[in-house]
Design a protein around this ligand. Sequence first.
Ligand SMILES: [Zn+2]
Length: 239
Amino acid sequence: MPGLYKDEGIVLRTIKLGEADRILTLYTAHGGKVRAVAKGVRKTKSRFGGRLEPFSRLDLMLYSGRNLDTVTAAHLLDSHKEARSDLTRLSAAAALCELVDKITPDNESSRTVYDLLVGGLDAASRAACDTVVPAFAIKLLSISGFHPQLNTCAGCGAGGGLGAFSAALGGALCRGCWSQDEGAWRLSPQGLGLLAELLASDFGRPADPAAAHEATDSLRRYAEYHLERPLKSLSLLTV
Ligand SMILES: [Zn+2]
């Protein structure tokens, strides 16, 4: 229904529209993922200044349109500018926003996802840490219907000898089941253990870099299997 409404939101990404406008993809506290036009935002004297940039958390006034909403006012709550201060943090923050953009459906409200995104961006801004992205990714996958089975084999239920991951079965595999699943890939006990810890803990836990790399890459493959499209910013983190 057309009309003005207020919400709090985070800018996930922006694309240019015409000469001076941008289309923003926002994740909002009450409305979930929303696309909205910001008019005149690319003019030097824009009333929005530089506030409508990716990672920014804003108090927004929006006008609900038939196809796209329009941003009518924006008050900056947190720019997460530290996330732009070096490439590691920037890559991490970009990966979190891409994950939310690609995994969450349009206009489906989830306060859990919103709070997770705020927490993830805060963590990515604070410190360059290898585990912010995999910690975020596994939590987001879990609450989006892809909770992975990590402690027992997703094929046969065995509790030991786990050494691989199956995207199709959504969890760890023992050696016997691995040989029967062509799409499964190797995942060391350290990588599996780290995934389980990240699922249960907060963001930014220090970890062995090799295990963190393995965990991140497995989550990328797991998410891409279900999304059926690449996650570019996560690929950059695991080259
Ligand atoms: Zn098995």
